[in-house]
Design a protein. Structure first.
Length: 658
């Protein structure tokens, strides 16, 4: 027992050392659109400023706890990623301690306090925790800064389980005390878990998995009032989650989507992905982990690809076997239900992207918990030694793979090369490599990468736009190339990058260094993209494109067109700052009454719910109206003193929707 704490400390230190090189790596992928809210504010002086910042996410409840944690590091954005990564690593280590304590608590309850295995429980617990901490599939959850949302959610879920089990397992407490701990665990902790990330709502599911596998006897011994307390804490939430998932299937079945797959194809594909996750967990190999999996082939039928049906059979078979044999094989049931239950939201009927490794962050804890309990139950004989040996080899393989991968994460150039080679079908991976080559001035090599990717994806808008941009930079873009780009944009499937790039091309067009990509042609391309149904039906994308068009109008001195494009921007993607921007333009033209009318008559009912709850935009407008009336009065009484307002852009439009 005297080695128990030192062993845990060593596991934490080794994890920190393995991750340390990667902490100097860049911001990546979803970090940029999600953390851009930090650039939209200069300071927080009052509750209104805080509300404006927290309401940047469009979806309710907006993950405010994670957003607040980012705000504390605003001074490091966007130039220094190290502090963000360091905090993520610290939270990961904290989660490791909580996983370790969870294994110990469950093992002691399951094996019994008087068990002869008690002195040796900490050994498999430490080994399991080390595997969970160091497994390379955890890299995505720690090193993608924005996934602090996942990390914080995991902290509160684990704290909730500890509090709940204190009430469940500690029979020396009074019923009132035990009920209080259970409510604290599954009720109170549920709130910050969900406010960190929506997956936190699965906290009662994890508790139910423990209850129905290794802690069944404790549940059966609960007094009647506590049994009802437990049921009320668990079943309504689970019923809500299941009802929501079932409701989403018919709701989204025929709904036009920005995804290239249907909900049925997603449901067919996810079993293959889940098994792919498990392969990465149990057989760590360098080069197979990363953020970009957009090239993953989705299933269009039971045998297309052929692995679809076998994967469905395996996942369904595991689920059925775990349910039927849950009393005889409680550890097997624990691992299966915990892992698959943890994937329930992000790998089922909600139309998210297909594949992200960070979705395994908390689900992996159930697997290592079951393995630790299995080893702890073994007698100290050859079989136990073999199990410990295999687990140690697994840990070593994880450590080596994580060390190599962390070294790659430290350099954006190494990341680009590794991911592009590992994911030849990923448009994002190939574009990232081309971007790194561009930053090093290797335009021809970057164009070669884009051309190769275009052969695989001839109708992709982002690749076509990147090709035009590189040709502009090289001075080789011709009117025929612009026409080909226009033809591609007419039929291209939705790609978020295809929307982002229109801002880059607009700036290039107005620099005047690329005759073929002039403002007139840029406007034609934007209108073409807006006429593409795949883009027009996605409000955030359409809003962003209209927002870009208003800049074109401003540059040409077309006030009416600028106001009209901003009207269309607000209609497609309501943003409280759009009417204020319109007012600034109107003031700059001396149209004070129209500016006042714009602010007074704007319908804010269409704003996202989070914005309406956190910010009183009408109060902000009322203050602005008073200022405009004062400006109007001064202009009328002293016409020689011209008052002009700078039509500065105060919005932070992003097509990401995050």
């Amino acid at each position: 027992m005297k080695y128990q704490l030192p062993a845990l400390i060593v596991a934490l230190l080794v994890t920190a050392l393995l991750y340390w090189p990667s902490l100097h790596g860049p911001f990546l992928f979803d970090d940029l659109p999600n953390l851009s809210a930090l650039s939209s504010i200069t300071h927080i002086e009052n509750w209104r400023d805080l509300g404006i910042y927290l309401s940047q996410p469009r979806n309710f409840p907006g993950r405010p706890l994670a957003m607040l944690s980012f705000l504390l590091q605003k001074s490091s954005w966007p130039g220094h990623s190290f502090p963000f990564h360091l905090v993520n690593l610290g939270i990961h280590l904290l989660c490791g301690v909580l996983v370790y304590l969870l294994v110990l608590r469950v093992a002691r309850a399951w094996l019994g306090r008087d068990s002869t295995h008690e002195p040796q429980i900490w050994i498999p617990a430490t080994l399991a925790t080390a595997i969970w901490l160091i497994n390379p599939i955890q890299l995505a959850g720690v090193l993608l800064v924005v996934q602090r949302m996942t990390l914080l959610m995991a902290v509160f879920v684990l704290l909730g389980l500890h509090a709940y089990m204190r009430g469940l397992l500690n029979e020396a407490l009074s019923s009132r005390q035990r009920g209080g701990w259970m409510i604290l665990g599954l009720g109170v902790c549920l709130v910050p878990a969900c406010l960190s990330k929506e997956n936190g709502i699965l906290l009662p599911l994890y508790a139910l998995v423990l209850d129905t596998t290794v802690l069944r006897e404790y549940v059966q011994r609960l007094p009647g009032v506590l049994k009802w307390c437990r049921r009320i804490l668990i079943w309504p939430i689970l019923a809500f989650v299941l009802a929501y998932l079932v409701w989403m299937i018919p709701k989204q079945w025929d709904l036009a989507s920005i995804r290239p797959f249907s909900i049925g194809e997603r449901l067919l594909t996810e079993p293959r992905i889940v098994l792919d996750y498990l392969g990465k967990i149990f057989l760590p190999r360098f080069g197979i982990y990363g953020l970009y999996h957009d090239g993953y082939r989705f299933s269009t039928g039971l045998l297309t690809p052929w692995s679809t049906l076998p994967s469905l059979v395996v996942v369904a078979g595991l689920t059925v076997a775990a349910f039927v044999r849950r009393k005889r094989w409680p550890l097997f049931a624990l691992a299966v239900f915990w892992y698959l239950g943890g994937q329930l939201l992000e790998s089922s009927s909600i139309m998210l992207e297909l594949y992200f490794e960070h979705r395994n962050y908390l689900p992996l804890a159930g697997i290592v918990l079951a393995l630790a309990l299995a080893v702890a139950r073994m007698q100290p004989d050859a079989r136990r030694s073999l199990a410990m040996g295999l687990a140690s080899l697994w840990l070593i393989a994880c450590g080596i793979t994580t060390a190599l991968s962390a070294h790659v994460y430290a350099s954006p150039d190494r990341l680009a090369l590794t991911w592009a080679n590992a994911q030849p079908d990923s448009i994002r991976a190939q574009t990232y490599l081309a971007d790194r080559l561009l930053k090093h001035g290797q335009l021809e090599q970057a164009l070669k990468v884009i051309n190769t990717a275009t052969k695989r994806h001839p109708h992709d808008s982002m690749l076509a736009e990147n090709r035009a941009y590189l040709q502009c930079r090289m001075g080789t873009l011709t009117p025929e190339d612009v026409n080909r780009l226009d033809a591609t944009l007419k039929v291209a499937p939705f790609d978020r990058g295809g929307v982002d790039n229109m801002e880059t091309l607009r700036k290039l067009a107005f620099e005047g260094r690329c005759p073929a990509m002039n403002p007139k042609n840029w406007l034609r391309l934007t209108n073409t993209l807006l006429s593409n149904p795949a883009y027009a039906r996605y409000g955030i994308a359409a809003g962003f494109l209209h927002y870009q068009k208003h800049f074109w109008a401003v540059s040409k001195g077309k006030l009416d067109m600028a106001i009209h494009e901003l009207d269309l921007t607000y209609k497609a993607d309501p943003d409280a700052e759009i009417p204020r921007l319109q007012a600034k333009y109107l003031i700059s033209a001396g149209l004070y009454d129209q500016a006042i009318a714009t602010l007074r008559d704007t319908n804010y009912k269409h704003l996202p719910l989070l914005r309406r709850l956190l910010v009183d935009d009408r109060a902000i407008n009322a203050k602005n109206i008073r200022q405009i009336e004062a400006m109007k009065h001064k202009a009328l009484t002293d016409p020689g003193d011209t008052i002009k307002a700078t039509p500065a852009v105060s919005t932070n439009k992003s097509p990401s929707g995050k």
